[in-house]
Design a protein around this ligand. Structure first.
Ligand code: GAL
Length: 358
């Protein structure tokens, strides 16, 4: 089933939403609430990221269906576009799962945390995502890649694999490379990729940041210039600290990473790390959440997915922290947290902000 065309999509989404009411598009960002698109349907783009391209924002995320089945990919990656970050137009499914048994993207696989970059050279849009082959739980731990000529897709699946097989990270110590470590175990087959994001530095180089080594260590791998492959330069960061849900941004020349701990769909306290160099060393700065003990313990009930930099009219950078409130029993009902990042003593902090406008 190809459901890129908007008419067909509206029908299937309405069905999947079941009793979920149609609502008015909000005039402000209200985290944790239903967030209606231009059709009045709750936006279906979980674990997502936003690409700013030629004056429009493109929000890509996991399309989830109702119930537990929604924790696996039954439809594909959904994309919405907006000029103001509040009103989102449904642009349809931009990467569809396959209905061919044995295909990498066979319906029922796990396809999570898609992120998209624009390649100015080829003028193509490149999507990376975390892929688990159907029926294998979370054992595959692959990075998937797809490309498109337009931001709304359709994206063509290129391949999926583990990361940088046969290459040691630039910061590996002799002990890291000894038999018995997870890094050495995965050396020949490639490093595991689970929760992931993408980041483009000021010099145009792009990086893939992903939970690796059984979710114990994040890795950050440079992408090749065409963005569809890894260059082979990569580093282990924050080894053994079990970070996932990485979201990364740069501000005033420094790099900031917000991540979560590893408690599956259940929320846990966010963690903030800062570095002068992407490949480290990274410094821990505790929990960036400011609020009640409950809000600090659960990151407002959510888990980070992306940090969107926006330029204001006077040229300064504002940052939007994006997170997911997962609903694993009824995946389609997952909610979004979007909060403006504040600064305190040179460090980013997150406060619950009700009904704000970017
Ligand atoms: C979370 C992860 C999600 C999903 C989930 C499955 O920790 O961030 O993307 O993989 O686990 O349990």
């Amino acid at each position: 089933m190809k459901i890129h065309r908007r008419g067909m999509l509206a029908g299937s989404v309405a069905l999947l939403h079941g009793a979920m009411a149609r609502a008015q598009t909000p005039a402000s960002i209200a985290s944790g609430q239903l967030w209606p698109d231009d059709r009045g349907l709750h936006i279906n783009a979980h674990g997502g990221g936003v690409l700013h391209h030629q004056g429009r924002y493109w929000w890509y995320g996991e399309h989830k269906v109702a119930g537990d089945a929604g924790n696996r990919a039954q439809v594909g990656v959904h994309v919405y576009s907006s000029a103001d970050l509040m009103h989102w137009r449904d642009e349809g499914i931009c990467l569809s799962v396959s209905h061919q048994p044995g295909d990498d993207l066979e319906a029922g696989c796990i396809l999570e945390r898609p992120k998209v970059l624009f390649d100015p050279q080829s003028k193509r849009f490149v999507m990376w995502f975390h892929l688990e082959l159907k029926g294998q739980g979370y054992a595959s731990a692959r990075a998937g890649v797809a490309v498109a000529e337009q931001p709304q897709g359709p994206f063509t699946y290129l391949r999926s694999a583990r990361v940088n097989p046969g290459v040691w990270p630039i910061n590996a110590t002799p002990e890291d490379c000894q038999a018995g470590t997870k890094l050495a175990r995965d050396f020949s087959g490639g490093q595991m990729c689970r929760d992931m994001t993408l980041f483009v530095d000021d010099d145009g180089r792009a990086y893939h940041i992903y939970a690796s080594e059984d979710n114990q260590t994040l890795q950050i791998a440079e992408l090749a210039p065409d963005l569809t492959r890894h260059s082979g330069r990569y580093a282990r960061i924050l080894p053994g600290l079990a970070n996932e849900a990485p979201a990364l941004f740069k501000h005033d020349g420094r790099y900031f990473l917000i991540a979560s701990g590893t408690t599956g769909w259940a929320p846990n306290p966010a963690r903030l790390y800062v570095a002068d160099n992407l490949f480290g060393p990274w410094q821990a700065h505790g929990n960036p959440v400011r609020g009640t003990p409950e809000q600090m313990a659960t990151t407002f009930g959510g888990q980070s997915t992306f940090i969107l930099p926006i330029k204001t009219a006077n040229g300064t950078q504002r940052l939007i922290f994006m997170a997911d409130i997962w609903q694993p029993k009824n995946a389609i009902d997952g909610r979004y947290i979007w909060l403006p990042i504040d600064w305190e003593d040179g460090l980013p902090v997150l406060r619950w902000t009700k009904g704000w406008t970017p």
